[in-house]
Structures are given as C-alpha cells and as structure tokens.
Design a protein around this ligand. Sequence first.
Ligand code: PEP
Ligand code: MN
Length: 363
Amino acid sequence: MDFSRIKDWNNFKTRPFLISGPCSAETEEQMQTTCQQLAQTGKVNVLRAGIWKPRTRPNAFEGVGKEALTWLKQAGIDNNLPVATEVANAQHVEACLKAGVDILWIGARTTVNPFSVQEVADALKGVDIPILVKNPVNPDLQLWIGALERIHQAGVTKLGAIHRGFSSFQKTAYRNVPKWEIPIELKATFPEIDIICDPSHIAGTRSLLATVAQKAMDLEMTGLMIESHVNPDEAWSDAKQQINPESLNELIGNLTIRSTEASSFETSSELTAFRKIIDEIDESLIQTLVSRMALSEKIGQYKLDNNVTILQIKRWEEIKKTRMEHAHCEGLNNEFVKNLLQLIHKESIRQQTDVMNKSVTVG
Ligand code: PEP
Ligand code: MN
C-alpha cells in the first residue's frame, strides 16, 4: 500500500511528541486534577484516558463508558490540549466523534482482529482526524500493517502507529516484550508513518519506564504515550505502571534527545570510516556462513550414506558449550550468542534435511 498521502498531522518539531493521561478515566475530579497537572508541565501535547477498557479477565474495572467522554473533552478544553482515547467498535467511534474527541487509537487487542479493525475503519469513512494504531498483542508485523491499511483505505490520512510491545508466555522483565526489530521494520517499510512508543504497557512497572522511553527516542521514534495518574497507587487499572505528573515531568526532562538530522553527521568522515569497516565485516560474516553451510551439506551427505540421524544432541550441546564459553570470554552477550547459534544450527539442520529428502525423491 502507498502511504505517501499521509500528512504530517502534527509537525512534530520537538521530540518526544507526548501523549499522557491516566490509563482509565475514573472520576471527573481525577480527570480534572491529573490533566491540569499534566498540562502545567508544558511537555504534554495530547491528553489521553481510557473510556472503555479491554480487560484480560472478567469482573475487572471495564471503564466508566460514555459519561467519561465529557470529562476527557472538558479536560482538553480547560487545558487547551487535544484529547485522545481508544476505540474498539463502531459505537465507540460514533460516541467519540459526537463528543469531539480529537484523536482516536485502536488498542492492541483490537488490532489483532481484522473484523473489528474493518468495523472501526467503516465507521471512520469521511472522517479525517488522526488515528493511531497500536501493534497487535502478538508479534505479527503484517497484521499491524494490515490494520494501518484498513484505516488508510477508509480515507484517513493522519495515520500513526503505537508500539506497545508484544505479549509473551515466558516471564520477562517486561509486561510486553518490546521486540524493537518489529517497529524498526515497520519504519523501514513505511518511513512516512510516525511511530509513538508506549513505554507504560511495555514496562508494566514504573522502574523500567525511563529506559524504554530513552531507547524509543534513540530509535528515532516520534513520540511517547505514557500513562499518568494523580494518585498512581490508587488507580483502578494498571496501577503499577502509572506515574504522577511530577514524575512524568522529571522522566521527560531527563531524556537525552539526540539529533535525527542525518545531514550533520552522515558526511562526517569518522562515521563513514566506521561504516566502511562494518560493511567489510558483514561481507566476511556472510562468506563465513557460506563456508559453514557448504560443510553442513557435505555432513548431510555423509550422514545419509552412513545412516546416521541428522540431530546429534551430544554434538550440539558441545557446540553450544564451547562457542558460548569462548564468546563469553570475548565479552559477547550470552543471550545473543545463544540465539545466533540456534539460528545457524536450525539452518544447518534444514540443509541436511534437504539432502536427505532429495535422496528420498530420487530413490
Ligand atoms: C491502554 O492504552 O490503556 C491500553 C489498553 O493499551 P493496549 O491496547 O496497548 O493494551
Ligand atoms: Mn493501561
């Protein structure tokens, strides 16, 4: 899809373009106080609040609903800021448009479902307010792109993406693992789409927010969406990850915002020299892989001729142990080396399987 019609819907002059507000609108007073304090920081560009909350388990607080839309809109008017909320179906869109909500976003649990995204897209026909699409909960870039396409096809030109991490069965330090390579790939494919990072839902806990936000800025993301509540510990949803407006002010103030202007450093001779060396190293990495894979093929043939299984667990354990010990001594990250070895091993097995399968078809 051609996203070239996407307008720079907010000429983000200073990064981060900051969206903040509580996870959920709870009471009129909570909205007033939180939003007023956020506006006073002078750093917030858009106020957010969840009106309808998609909760993982039933019987949790599912949002105040429609009534809270007026609190959100009023907070925007009082503080002279645009307001944003999440929509998951046509009724939500309709209610938000009626209430004058300025920006809508599609939540991670909605992006996974093309029926729901299409329903929202249809409800948006003829409307051209900014729409932000969160990544789906599962790490599927095509599904994310598909949702952006559906909204774009409805005629929306002010389109952006929100990176909020991906759920994982494995316990990690994050609530949702960032898998930075996915938003990077999205940006590489569609450079015209601005990406806003949501450190709150990635981190799930206050202590990780700053690191995630800094990383997003270093990856040239346009903005941040960070949940803020006047009394985070008492929040009715996502209490552990919310921070008060004062802490948000501090967090943003402590970020290092590095230049994204290529022109100033692209021509620097030092960088050019480093990049040349990297090019050469990558070239030799590829050559090394070619040689290794050529041997895998030979080994496959040997195993076939001698009726030996492809996978030799002992040998694989030995490879992992020796390579990882060596890499560790050289100061390489254990997890990185393990992943790399697994990838190489998987490809080697694929090659050997090919050799075996060919013999089956020929024979
Ligand atoms: C939210 O922003 O409060 C929210 C529910 O986010 P997500 O869709 O990323 O889970
Ligand atoms: Mn939340």
